[in-house]
Design a protein around this ligand. Sequence first.
Ligand code: ADP
Ligand code: MG
Length: 339
Amino acid sequence: MAKIHVLDEHIANQIAAGEVVERPASVVKELVENAIDAGSTKVEVVIEEGGLQSIRVSDNGSGIEPDDCEAAFYRHATSKIQHGRDLFNITSLGFRGEALASIAAVSKVTLTTSSNDDGLGRKLIIEGGKLITNEDTAASRGTSFIVRELFYNTPARLKYMKTIQTELGHISDYIYRIALSHPNIGIILRHNENTLLQTIGNGDLLQVVAAIYGTQAAKAMIPIQAEDLDFSMQGFVSLPEWTRSNRNGISTIVNGRYIRSNGLNHALLRAYHTLLPINRYPLVILSLTMHPSIVDVNVHPAKLEVRFSKESELYPFVEQAIHAVLRQEVLIPQPVKHP
Ligand code: ADP
Ligand code: MG
């Protein structure tokens, strides 16, 4: 007798959720990325108890068509890519069509959305992957997801969760990177009634730096801007005399996506070379733009790691551009301003 069978959709979603939804911060990440992909100019994130009790992400983006609401929760269902070749030309943050299915499999989700301005929209409730409600509702344009009781039906994962402070730390770290990657989007983060971050969304990156790292840090930043045939780069790097004790202040952004790259980190640290004391690190916000075909984001479910097809050109480009700016600062120090 045959022993092999295809798993039903529900179990498949729970297995996939193990990869995509590691902790509350993963839910925040997926929902905020969806809000950005929907063209939102304002995104509000409200969490309770480190996100273990509830996570609400509301946006003023395109909204979801009533007939698409259920399908949005199917696995591998996406409006962002269509053909295999699209994988080599990704311009959105999402494309795998996995997040909503995975989140809904391990929590209780309420979606409220409207794709028009007539005040009408759609409300869905899904618990543990099962549709409970799908009805008309009053709603203004945009989308709001509330995710409650994360991991309520996967006790092994729930037990693995750390303290509220730790989970909150992961969430705020991610929201900071998103705010730095998207200074043109107004982002609010609240936890248990406290506002942890609020950016204006007027495109002023230095204001975002000040909101996250403080005004002293913002004053120590110098702008960088460089361009060659394949890459363009802009952002801010800290003066060598303003340092931090760890690398967390380094944010590398590629085509609007915050990523982690050892290669980029090494390149920009090489640019500081002898200028920094030992075990001290700069504050760097580096936003790179390149043709989507040069960067492969389909390496890891969380899309934090990427591969560059032109890394042997990219790393020297970054190193030299930052080095040039720093050398200028060190050789020709800015005059001290007296009040
Ligand atoms: P992906 O982002 O990879 O497409 P998701 O599971 O995250 O997959 O979302 C599925 C689909 O639901 C998206 O492709 C999009 O069409 C829709 N969607 C999700 N969130 C939003 C949102 N905030 N605003 C508009 N559409 C959304
Ligand atoms: Mg998504």
